[in-house]
Design a protein around this ligand. Structure first.
Ligand SMILES: [Fe+2]
Length: 558
């Protein structure tokens, strides 16, 4: 069976993946190919890339699976919210809901666009409930037979949070908390109030939080004492109106790009703390309801690595798997597996150990690009050793190798790398390369076998989706990847999974005694992570990177 999974909602992060006989072959977000960050358009380039990788024609597909229910479900829930007072029935809101419904209905949720672009196909068009798709994306890739599955996002069609029990390849629905009682909504509205882009910059709030102090009262916005949590959506949501309740409580909304004051830091602290408590509250409920202490997490809220790290270290659960593409790009992975649940069937359940699911470019394509742009380059016999040499000499390095990662993090295929021992490196990379906010921490890549020497927990963490405390005696050893609160967001790298990247870290360790690399995504601020050699070359020359190791080639500046 050949199935295509698609995320298309016109909201954010369109993506596609392809699965053959239960095996995930390939996955890519539309933004990487279109170069439009969080691209919400129909993922036609991603679908084309999936078919090319599988060497299949659209006509050979058996199922085309969207990670959203058929158009109408979301509209009906909106109407219900307007009637019950969950959302304000303003003219603008009603118009938005109606317009969205009309557009998705006209496109048959994307099926009509698919047929126009790829021709008539025999495949069944399947619409998978959004939270079910998220739940499958966590459970079916966890390797856990028995699991409690928690999905938390901004919204699905009607869902905001859901709990499932996974067992024997099946998923039983346990409970759903409907939108707008949504922790994702709570966090994204405060993200916007703090002057950042909602559904995109939540990371910035999380990074800012440790610089603040506790003490702000958020009970008008969220109640984290009750189980499950309650979000006061009428006070939280701007709903097209200015942030009246937030302004009354915390002063005016922050202007984007304006200075960050202690007021903003303290608010970030309290928002993050409330999110962590709400998540913990749901996880405890999920463990109680399902009787399982193996936790699977997905949904945009599960990108909150700080909260995930606290849950992992809490003792409430034994094991945790967070789908690395926890946001809506990942529903493609779940939707594509949904047909396996038909007729009492079971989901294939293979532990996802890496996210190298995207396109790759061989040396021939890379050299052709370098020649086209008349860029002086050298071929090296050992790119890992060459890279380690640059890094130990304090250089900031572009690293472009193998298949691109799926999900928001760069994990050693499309990465900017640097020496984590230099306390100034954070500022250097920020100023020269990322042009991003000073308070956002960079993350470390460890050899997995060396992680326990540096970290108190999360020593098996391949996806940078859990934070852990760096051991106190090691904080000064890797200062540029240790956050102000002593935490780090590690990637542990296994030799068997990514031998080239593992060897780079190993070679760096041989030269410096520290088998840890600072790893951030290969992109400039506000841009999608690089996809092609041309993207990499353009980004390299638009920034303060010193060298680029791309396939078997090295490019140096100056
Ligand atoms: Fe979602």
């Amino acid at each position: 069976m050949l199935t295509l999974g698609i995320n298309y909602s016109q909201m954010h992060d369109s993506s596609a993946c392809i699965v053959r006989d239960g095996e995930l072959l390939f996955a890519v977000a539309e933004e990487r190919i279109s170069r439009l960050k969080h691209d919400a358009g129909f993922p036609q380039l991603a679908i084309r890339a999936c078919l090319d990788f599988a060497k299949a024609k659209a006509s050979e597909l058996d199922e085309v699976c969207f990670g959203w229910p058929a158009p109408g479900a979301l509209f009906r829930h909106d109407l219900k919210c307007y009637v019950t007072g969950g959302m304000r029935a303003t003219r603008a809101n009603l118009l938005n809901s109606t317009r969205y419904y009309a557009s998705m209905r006209h496109q048959q949720g994307g099926a009509k666009v698919f047929a126009r672009l790829f021709g008539a196909v025999k495949a069944r068009m399947r619409y998978v409930d959004h939270h079910l798709a998220h739940a499958i994306s966590a459970y079916a890739y966890s390797g856990f037979d028995d699991a409690c599955v928690v999905v938390m996002d901004g919204r699905g069609a009607w869902e905001a949070t859901s709990i499932w029990r996974g067992h024997d390849g099946r998923l039983d629905h346990v409970l759903t908390i409907p939108f707008p009682d949504s922790v994702g909504l709570f966090y994204s509205e405060f993200t916007e109030f703090l002057g950042f882009q909602p559904n995109s910059d939540e990371w910035k709030v999380m990074g800012l939080a440790p610089y603040g102090q506790p003490g702000l009262d958020l009970r008008r916005f969220i109640d984290v004492e009750t189980t499950p949590y309650r979000v006061r959506s009428q006070t939280v949501s701007s709903n097209g109106l200015p942030f009246a309740a937030m302004t009354a409580a915390f002063g005016p909304q922050r202007e984007p790009e304006s200075e960050i004051s202690s007021r903003h830091k303290n608010l970030a602290y309290s928002v993050q703390e409330a999110c962590e408590m709400a998540m913990m509250n749901v996880v405890k409920l999920a463990v109680e309801k399902t009787g399982s202490r193996n936790l699977c997490l997905a949904g945009g809220v599960a990108l909150n690595s700080k909260a995930n790290g606290k849950i992992a270290a809490s003792g409430v659960i034994d094991k945790i798997f967070v789908q690395p593409a926890a946001s809506d790009d990942g529903v493609a992975l779940g939707a594509a597996m949904a047909p396996y649940l038909d007729k009492g069937g079971r989901l294939p359940n293979k532990e996802m150990r890496h996210a190298y699911l995207g396109p790759s470019f061989g040396d021939e394509a890379i050299e052709s690009a370098l020649r086209t742009y008349k860029i002086r380059h050298n071929r090296v016999s050992d790119p890992a050793a060459a890279a380690a040499e640059f890094l130990s000499g304090g250089k900031i390095l572009g690293w472009f190798q193998g298949r691109m990662e799926f999900g928001p993090r760069a994990l050693g295929s499309r990465s900017i790398l640097a020496d984590p021992r230099d306390p100034e490196m954070n500022a250097k990379v920020n100023n020269a390369v990322k042009f991003r906010e000073w308070w956002r921490p960079f993350a470390p890549s460890f050899k997995r076998d060396a992680a326990a020497e540096y970290l108190e927990s999360a020593t098996d963490s391949p996806f940078m989706i859990l934070t852990a405390q760096v051991r106190p005696e090691k904080r000064a050893v890797i200062p540029s990847v240790t956050h102000v609160d002593g935490s780090a967001r590690p990637q542990t790298v296994e030799k068997e999974i990514n031998p080239l990247y593992w060897r780079l870290i190993d070679e760096f360790g041989k030269r410096t005694g520290v088998p840890v690399i600072m790893n951030t995504s290969f992109n400039l601020r506000g841009e999608a992570i690089v996809h092609t050699p041309t993207d990499a070359i353009r980004t390299f020359f638009s920034s303060g990177m010193d060298a680029l190791v791309i396939g078997s080639f090295v490019v140096e500046k100056g």
